[in-house]
Design a protein around this ligand. Structure first.
Ligand SMILES: C[S@@+](CC[C@H](N)C(=O)[O-])C[C@H]1O[C@@H](n2cnc3c(N)ncnc32)[C@H](O)[C@@H]1O
Length: 230
């Protein structure tokens, strides 16, 4: 009952939170921002309720990943795992043509904000796809959305179970162009969130692919970013 009441409250606050969120986006877009500033905004955009935008990251790790992605001068970025759109905000500043973000949960009102993420004058079109990334139908939708355009950067941050992350890698890696990169979140050896098993797949993947690890502290629990070069 309490949960239902809280949810009703969130819906009632949508108009107010929407106005505030678009105001924050205008502030964000008002200046050309260096990558570390973009990352700071993505980690704490300052919006609320159904317009909350946030990513939980170790700043040094996500900054290094964003710098690797920027080096590619990417046209097309695909992300699996939108959640509250924090990393989508970063990719939408970097992709010049397309940013496709996918999640099993619908984005709700936040979707309007995410579609407006690219900076003024950018040619980047944002698509938000809702569905299970492991289903063949969904993979076909992603391919259709790309219309044959090669992907420069694929970010795999959806299902964190070992079989889930492996399925995402095997299903979508062929979309990434030669020289492009695939990023994985939560590869550090120690993970304390139940269901975080990316590290087990990552250990196997290192045997078969050219990889790079971005881990702030080898003894840390959680986080850690892995990169595969295609
Ligand atoms: C860790 S969050 C993504 C965080 C986001 N990339 C960020 O850092 O701002 C993982 C997301 O993956 C989504 N997800 C889990 N399993 C999925 C699946 N099979 N297909 C698509 N999305 C999935 C969850 O709904 C969740 O929103």
């Amino acid at each position: 009952m309490k949960r239902k009441i809280r949810e009703i409250g969130r819906w009632l606050r949508v108009p107010l939170n929407k106005r505030h969120a678009f105001q924050r986006l205008r502030e964000f877009h008002a200046a050309e921002r260096p990558l570390d500033e973009i990352v700071r905004w993505a980690m704490s955009f300052g919006t609320k309720g159904k317009f909350r935008v946030k990513t939980t990251q170790i700043p040094s790790e996500i900054n290094r990943l964003a710098a690797e992605v920027a080096k590619l001068q990417p046209k097309v970025i695909v992300e699996i795992g939108t959640y509250e759109g924090g990393t989508s905000l970063i990719w939408a500043q970097l992709a010049s043509a397309r940013m496709i973000t996918c999640d099993i949960s619908p984005p709700g009102p936040r979707g309007q904000l995410i579609r407006a993420f690219p900076p003024p004058g950018s040619g980047c079109k944002v698509s938000i796809l809702t569905g299970d990334s492991h289903s063949a139908d969904f993979a076909a939708r992603v391919e259709k959305e790309l219309g044959g355009a090669p992907v420069d950067f694929l970010f795999i941050d959806g299902d964190h179970r070992e079989a889930g992350v492996e399925a995402d890698y095997r299903t979508y890696r062929h979309l990434v162009r030669e020289g492009g990169i695939i990023g994985f979140h939560d590869i550090a050896d120690k993970q304390d969130q139940p269901g975080n098993e990316v590290q087990h797949f990552w250990k196997r993947l290192k045997q078969e692919a050219e990889t790079q690890e971005i881990i702030e502290d080898r003894n840390q629990t959680g986080f850690g970013i892995g990169i595969v070069r295609v």
